[in-house]
Design a protein around this ligand. Structure first.
Ligand code: AMP
Length: 209
């Protein structure tokens, strides 16, 4: 099964994607996670991406599309995959159309005020990329792998506002793009994690029929 998660930063895409991919046994492809790992490794792609990510801007389409195409060739994609944070522009969506068909697009909706609150309390694991709320991990240690948690620099104040603006301008048009294709379902992401997961799985079950 091939799935896309759409939604603004902080809508819960990463949290839901990790749960759903484990349940379905498909690959979790988070372009943000891949770019952060390239940055950590100081690779040429990581160095190029850093200047955009730090400013809350999108990394150029050509770089991200090439990165995703390479990722699709990995063995773990054979059973299917879930795209988390890709596509983020119409150009990326068109490039993806040229590569593969998608079974289902899940659009997670969360009000902007809620997003700012969620992102400011978000902590990310430097080892496994797990996502937590600072309220649940006061010791700064990842409950899954004991890695060190950190606050992403682009999760801080001004950059978050910039990312939300970029989302409105560049990514929100994908909602129309995919609803016209008839493969999209919009879910209220402003609920408990388990409730949202149940709705996501029900929507994917329907897509199989
Ligand atoms: P995320 O972890 O999905 O919030 O992504 C963090 C940052 O990585 C974004 O703010 C962008 O700068 C960059 N990024 C991730 N995915 C993409 C993409 N599909 N296209 C362009 N930039 C991306």
């Amino acid at each position: 099964m091939k799935i896309i998660f759409l939604g603004p930063p902080g809508a819960g895409k990463g949290t839901q994607a990790a749960i759903v991919c484990e349940k379905l046994g498909i690959a979790h492809i988070s372009t943000g996670d891949i770019l952060r790992s390239e940055m950590k490794g100081n690779t040429p792609l990581g160095v190029s991406a850093k200047e955009y990510i730090e400013k809350g801007q999108l990394v150029p389409d050509s770089l991200v599309i090439a990165m995703v195409e390479k990722r699709f060739k990995a063995d773990d994609c054979a059973n299917g995959y879930l795209l988390d944070g890709f596509p983020r522009t119409i150009e990326q969506a068109k490039a993806l159309d040229g590569i593969t068909d998608i079974d289902k697009v899940i659009n997670l909706e969360v009000p902007f005020e809620q997003i700012v609150e969620r992102i400011s309390s978000r902590r990310t694991c430097s080892e496994c990329a797990g996502i937590f709320s600072v309220r649940d991990v006061a010791d700064g240690i990842c409950p899954k792998c004991s890695g060190k948690l950190y606050q992403r620099p682009d999760d801080m104040d001004e950059t978050v506002r910039k990312r939300l603006k970029v989302y409105e301008e560049m990514t929100a048009p994908l909602i129309d793009y995919y609803s016209q294709k008839g493969s999209m379902v919009t879910l209220d992401g402003n609920r408990g994690i388990d409730v949202v997961t149940a709705d996501v799985l029900a929507a994917l079950e329907q897509a199989k029929i």
